[in-house]
Design a protein around this ligand. Sequence first.
Ligand code: ZN
Length: 132
Amino acid sequence: MTPEFEKVLSWGGSPQATCSCGRVHYTSGGDFMEPGELAGLEAQHKEKPDRYIPTGDDSVSITTFNGVPYVWQCPCGALARIENLFWAHRAQIIAYYQARTQRELKEATDNAAALAGVSNVKAEPRPSKHET
Ligand SMILES: [Zn+2]
């Protein structure tokens, strides 16, 4: 995943997170974990080192994309594949942005024209002809 794509993603951090691929990532320092949680994760890491992965960072970086959690450092590379998909289809995505923007601009322009002269503000009482 490139630094440019990282800026596109909203992200959060957690002492432990499970990636969409099923791998469990955790901070090796154990900060903000329940008592015994780190020891349990370390024991599972010894049995399945590819499924339970410690990080020396302060937190595990995660992004939820379309309702699916992804861990940034995960060896599954899911976020890199999503980035590659966007990049490979960039011409179509740019054409989509242009077409949608043009359509929505036309709709907004048409709406503004239809509403011209219409106001939801109550008119102030007009002075009578005698007062002017
Ligand atoms: Zn993963």
